[in-house]
Design a binder for this molecule. Structure first.
Ligand code: SF4
Length: 388
């Protein structure tokens, strides 16, 4: 994907829908999720549909992403109702990417076919690992054969765009088992792979275990695992287009690229975050409060933030520098390259100035880049500054 193609997605409107239901809450998860509440699934779908129907109309969207939680826990008919509401309210452009996150244990060929009939054309499996011990330590219920079988079922049913998410650095993982996970995912012939480092979020079961003495993920080990993934995926013909995402050419996730290009996206459902007309929105995160708010005819907002021009510019760097193509020069990159820490990152080869773009050369050090960008919040660009 060229930088022009990636940047063009800034004008590609998108929709995110959050489905919070999970079989149980995994020990590392801090998303807006609920377990044991499937009894309100129908009510939740009604609420999301009502939220969509009361949104400001928009131009036809070009990507829709159902994330969670576990969207595949909902009946395809329920998911189709939500898609129909989006099509009615905003329109869905021909050729749009309609993506669904799925847990492997929910998908067989019949179910995958029903999801295609409902309107989905991309499916992203939470495979996480293809090592039994690691899956157990992550609290996942599926087995490696079940994950591979789900990928096959999706293909057999006709999904032409299949992705697998993997997690590295979990307890029980070894160099060999990580290599095996990546190689097996590749052997399943998925089109796209995401590899995320296990992170410890406050308030999670994993955090409590570590406070009680369990070993924390090791940053050096995780860096090695990322490099292993980058090498294996690259050798298999996949290109890394973002710090944690690799794909066959043409199979980059359009929705995520829109977000990273600072494009606009409406967001519906529990805890969903959106960005439209320069305003960030954040929905309520408590399920019953969300339901009651929508049912009483109100918008379920927990907060909004209107971005100043400068904050919007820094956000452009924050999300855009995660992409392999980096970001086009503008006031933010000039500030970055005028900051002593930014200069150090340039001199150390962590970032590069290609003349018209700023690019992260060493994605393993993106955290350092993020820190510089965040430190620029409140920084005023001097009048007439032309540092590049
Ligand atoms: S399945 Fe995914 S969203 Fe659900 S609890 Fe586990 S990690 Fe969180």
């Amino acid at each position: 994907m060229t930088s022009d193609e990636a940047d063009a997605l800034a004008s590609s409107p998108a929709v995110y829908v959050h489905i919070p239901f999970c079989a149980r809450v995994c020990p590392y998860c801090d998303f807006a999720v609920v377990a044991g509440r499937d009894d309100v699934a129908g009510r939740y779908v009604d609420a999301v549909v009502a939220e969509i129907r009361s949104a400001e109309p928009w131009r036809p969207v070009e990507s829709v992403y159902f994330g969670g939680g576990t969207p595949s826990r909902l009946e395809p008919g329920h998911l189709a109702r939500i898609l129909d509401a989006i099509a009615d309210r905003h329109g869905i452009a021909d050729g749009s990417e309609i993506s669904l996150e799925a847990n492997p244990e929910d998908i067989d060929t019949q179910r995958a076919g029903d999801l295609i009939a409902a309107g989905f054309n991309r499916i992203s499996f939470g495979v996480q690992s293809l090592d039994d011990r690691v899956l157990v330590s992550l609290g996942r219920r599926h087995t490696p054969p079940a994950a591979l079988s789900a990928v096959r079922s999706a293909r057999d049913a006709g999904f032409a765009n299949v992705s697998a998410d993997l997690i590295f650095g979990a307890p029980g993982e070894t160099d060999e088992s990580w290599q095996q996970s990546v190689s097996s995912a590749l052997a399943s012939e998925v089109d796209h792979v995401s590899c995320y480092a296990l992170t410890v979020e406050k308030g999670t079961e994993l955090h409590r275990r570590i406070l009680a003495g369990a070993p924390a993920p090791d940053g050096d080990v995780q860096a090695d695992r990322w490099e292993t993934a980058d090498r294996l995926l690259g050798e298999a013909g996949m290109a890394r287009y973002e710090v944690s995402n690799w794909s066959r050419p043409g199979f980059e996730c359009r929705y995520n690229l829109t977000v990273w290009a600072q494009g606009e996206y409406e967001a519906y459902g529990l805890g969903a975050h959106g960005f439209r007309d320069g305003v960030r929105t954040r929905n309520l995160r408590h399920l019953d409060t969300y339901l009651e708010t929508v049912e009483s005819g109100k918008r379920p907002l927990a907060g909004t933030e209107t971005l100043s021009e400068w904050d919007a510019e820094l956000d452009r760097l924050f999300v855009g520098l995660r992409r392999a193509v980096g970001v086009a020069h503008g006031p933010g990159t000039r500030a970055f390259l005028g900051d002593p820490d930014g200069v150090r990152l340039l001199e150390a080869g962590v970032v590069a100035d290609t003349g018209d773009r700023l690019v992260v050369v060493n994605p393993l050090l993106t955290d350092w880049v993020d820190r510089v960008v965040l430190s620029l919040r409140g920084w005023e660009e001097p009048a007439g500054a032309d540092i590049v």
